[in-house]
Ligand binder design. Structure first.
Ligand code: KG4
Ligand code: ZN
Length: 340
């Protein structure tokens, strides 16, 4: 470590993960995430419980991030935090902590848009030194968002398509809830789908114009389908779980690629990246390879720990803002509906 090193403390608290990371000159030295088991019994995130858990977790998580990286707080160059979008009560915890920590240390404060953070996770230093070239399209798929973003530069992003109702992750989680699979259902549907036949059952793919998505019809269709089948055979779900998961998952992934392929062709972009928690999905990953090869794309998938909500992605976004000298003032407040 020397005086010229830029050391960023990243803070993320937009939903139900409290996270702190230390990034030195673009490289991650620690990235601690404290999840919140408290929501499991409710089948979704309970905002009030989330903000209480953030309050309990934030100081231990920051402490652990500093000690794992071997950094003293007086060595920090800046604090970068998620200003939005997200749950207001959750954002307030990270924002208030970051403001007071930066003020106490007399260092700059950098505000980060969570959705830009997901995209910029691709620029966290990696061993191969392989990063998407501008312009690229990033498909950000998480529990809260589904967006196709045209990324022209680090902070010049345009949302060209997005969901008009449920996010892709929600489509996974809500179907899981209907089937009695615990929250968050995405990873479990992925697991069961591996043993199932994806052609066994047919679910509808929405047909919106342009690059927008809709998943609420799909959710309703699986609900009615299961109600009808369960009326005939009360064991239908347990007897067919793998095939239902495989068919349902395949429909979501097909919907995602339908618009991504169209956008890539129309915008003549061949650099394609994915981000967000759903990019952990194994079918999404294998389809990205297969379709990418067919279409001649250069494809980019960050390591899993940078796909789901984490402070590393906030720190890298903060690092690039720091290089531009873009700092936040002490009167900054969270913005639950912050746009890219
Ligand atoms: O990005 P993330 O950690 O948090 C949000 O900002 O929402 O994404 C969480 C979402 C959840 O909906 C979860 O079910 C989904 O990502 N997810 C998956 C998989 N792993 C996580 N969905 C499908 N397949 C997976 N393997
Ligand atoms: Zn997220």
């Amino acid at each position: 470590m020397n005086d010229k090193d830029i050391i960023i403390l990243g803070i993320e608290s937009s939903c139900d993960d409290t996270s702190a990371a230390i990034l030195i000159n673009g490289k991650i030295h620690s990235n601690i995430v404290a999840g919140q088991a408290v929501h499991k019994n409710f089948g979704g995130v309970v905002p009030e419980l989330a903000s209480r858990a953030h309050q309990q977790n934030i100081i231990p998580v920051v402490h652990q991030a500093l000690s794992e990286a071997g950094i003293d707080k007086k060595d920090l160059s800046a604090v970068a935090f998620t200003r939005g979008p997200g749950l207001l009560g959750s954002l307030i915890v990270g924002t208030s902590f970051s403001k007071s920590f930066a003020l106490g240390l007399g260092i700059p404060l950098v505000e980060v848009n969570h959705m830009q953070g997901h995209v910029l996770a691709h620029f966290i230093h990696n061993e191969e030194n392989r990063y998407p070239a501008f312009p690229f399209i990033c498909m950000t798929v998480s529990g809260g968002h589904t967006q196709l973003v045209l990324v022209k530069d680090y902070f010049e992003m345009e949302v060209i398509g997005q969901t008009i109702d449920d996010a892709a992750g929600e489509a996974f989680d809500k179907a899981a809830k209907i089937m009695g699979v615990p929250y968050p259902g995405g990873p479990l549907i992925d697991k069961y789908a591996k043993e199932g036949d994806r052609k066994k059952f047919k679910f509808p793919i929405s047909n919106l114009p342009g690059y927008d998505y809709s998943f609420s019809g799909l959710k309703t269709s699986i609900l009615y389908f299961l109600q009808k089948e369960m009326a005939k055979n009360p064991h239908f779900i347990t007897e067919n779980l793998n095939d239902i998961c495989a068919s349902y998952q395949s429909t979501i992934i097909q919907s995602l690629f339908k618009k991504l392929i169209k956008a890539a062709a129309d915008y003549e972009v061949k650099e394609i990246a994915i981000a967000g928690g759903v990019s952990a999905n194994s079918l999404l990953r294998s389809e990205l390879q297969r379709i990418g090869q067919r279409e001649g794309w250069n494809t980019f998938i960050p390591p899993f720990s940078y796909c789901t909500d984490n402070a590393g992605m906030i720190a890298i976004a903060g690092y690039h803002k720091y290089l531009k000298g873009e700092f936040a003032l002490q009167n900054v407040v969270p913005d639950a509906r912050m746009k890219i």
